[in-house]
Design a protein around this ligand. Structure first.
Ligand code: PHE
Length: 470
């Protein structure tokens, strides 16, 4: 963001609350311009929700037992963010910080959709849905139902597209398609196509619509990306660039006071005075810290509602999803309480591999959070077996699960604003010398890009203020 040189002014000091992605980005950008930053982090490690678990890690939990992570060499589990869209500023930071990236397979036609007790390959569900939708529209067009809306030429153009879109027959009928897939792959022989589709009614009643449109969004469109070796490479590199000596871990903030000439922050290790403060904590945690920022700010901080979110990493001794199902990365969508299964987009054909056995939010996340780690695994395996059969429960080497609303000093997967209202805009402005930053103040909630964009915006404003100040 712009010109960060101090133009001969004395370096202002900034105390940053929280060493999550927003706090680290703010410290990184300010540091480039020579600001004197100190980051206070309540947890034992920097990173916040950007958390990658590996063998040897220990994961503690509020109201629950600690877990010892036992994954094998080279196996990792992105317990927080796991995918990055190409337009997101996150990738610019990866480039700038020298973090190698690789494709994250967000869409895979070979993955499954499991709805209403039925399991289909994504390609099969899509071929049938597209096929019948194309048939209906083509027939309506052909019968003249759209004649008032389209010209004769456009009608032919539309029909031409619909034949391709649905793989329709000469009578504009959808009667199945090789797009549905094969039970025996074609090679020197023609292969064995998956048998004909169900009726239009059966296909609609299967309810696959949600599952096959999941990646239509701007933020979910393929190709997506991930850092090689784990998402926490972003944290490691940011910490390195900021300077580990500028980050105080185990430092829980207990009071924030804005003054005429600076800010005073009290934390479990003492009191710090600085020219400015950037509060990059979750709003529901900030709301609990005594401050003098006024009643409006206090009320605004209480407005966003934390969303529970959970994930489990299941490590297997064989990559059966590649060997047997021919699934190389991607996501299976389900209407079960596990919601999604993610297949790994790294380590193809290696010996072990790690699936994300559930990634859910709200009630489903709360349901799993309330279980012991063993019971979470048991339940996830029972659900996954409905899709993959008995092999899903075999050869499981280890697992680790996270309930974000039970992570100390985080307490949520992300937040939801009841409405994007005046609280949202109020907190985008500084309260005295205290600025707020985080994904929760952007239209990119639950993305690292949101945290980064927010930090960049705040740092730009703060810098302009410093340049204006006498
Ligand atoms: N960024 C998270 C993810 O990709 C959460 C999210 C999902 C945010 C879908 C927006 C849309 O899973």
């Amino acid at each position: 963001p712009g010109d960060f040189t101090l133009r001969g002014r004395a370096a202002a000091s900034v105390v940053i609350l929280g060493a999550g992605v927003a706090g680290l980005t703010a410290a990184y950008e300010l540091g480039k311009a020579g600001y004197d930053c100190t980051v206070l982090e309540a947890r034992a490690e920097a990173g916040g929700r950007n958390l990658t678990l590996r063998g040897g890690d220990r994961l503690t939990e509020l109201r629950g037992p600690a877990q010892e992570v036992r994954f094998g060499e080279g196996v990792y589990f992105n317990a927080g963010p796991g995918r990055i869209a190409p337009w997101m500023v996150t990738l610019d930071y990866c480039r700038e910080l020298g973090i190698p990236i690789e494709t994250f397979v967000n869409r895979n036609a070979a993955a499954y959709v499991h709805t209403n007790g039925q399991t289909l390959r994504a390609r099969t569900a899509q071929a049938d849905m597209y096929g019948y939708v194309a048939e209906l529209l083509a027939k309506a067009t052909d019968l003249g139902a759209l004649d008032k809306m389209i010209t004769k030429d456009d009608r032919e153009r539309l029909l031409d597209f619909l034949r391709r879109f649905g793989d329709l027959g000469p009578k504009l009928e959808y009667e199945g398609s090789e797009r549905r897939g094969f039970t025996e792959f074609p090679a020197i022989g023609a292969g064995t196509p998956i048998t004909a589709p169900g009726s239009l009614h059966q296909v609609l009643a299967a309810g696959t619509g949600h599952a096959i449109t999941n990646d239509f969004g701007y933020d979910q469109a393929t190709p997506m990306f991930q850092p090689v070796g784990g998402m926490d490479a972003i944290v490691t590199k940011l910490v390195e660039a900021v300077g580990a000596d500028r980050i105080r871990t185990g430092a829980r903030v207990t009071k924030i006071t804005t003054l005429a000439d600076g800010v005073e922050v009290t934390y479990t290790g003492g009191t710090l005075k600085a020219d400015y403060c950037i509060a990059a904590l979750p709003p529901h945690l900030l709301a609990r810290i005594p401050h003098n920022l006024g009643a409006e700010v206090a009320a605004a901080l209480r407005t966003p509602v934390p969303v529970p979110a959970g994930k489990i990493g299941l490590e297997y001794g064989t990559r059966w999803w590649e060997l047997e199902d021919r699934i190389y990365g991607g996501v299976t969508e389900t209407d079960l309480d596990i919601t999604h299964i993610w297949y790994p987009s790294y380590g193809y054909h290696s010996e072990r591999g790690l699936l994300v056995g559930y990634y859910n939010t709200d009630e489903n996340a709360e349901l799993y959070a309330a279980l012991t780690p063993d019971d979470r695994r048991r339940r996830a395996l029972t659900q996954g077996k409905k899709i993959h059969g008995e092999k899903y429960r075999q050869n499981v080497l280890s697992s680790a699960s996270i309930a974000w609303e039970r992570q100390e000093h985080i307490e949520g997967g992300w937040v939801r604003w009841p409405s994007v209202d005046s609280s949202f805009t109020l907190l985008q402005r500084p309260a005295g010398r205290v600025y707020f930053a985080g994904d929760w103040l952007t239209h990119l909630i639950a993305w690292q890009a949101g945290a980064m964009e927010s930090a960049r915006g705040v740092v730009t404003e703060l810098h302009e203020r410093v340049l204006r100040s006498p």
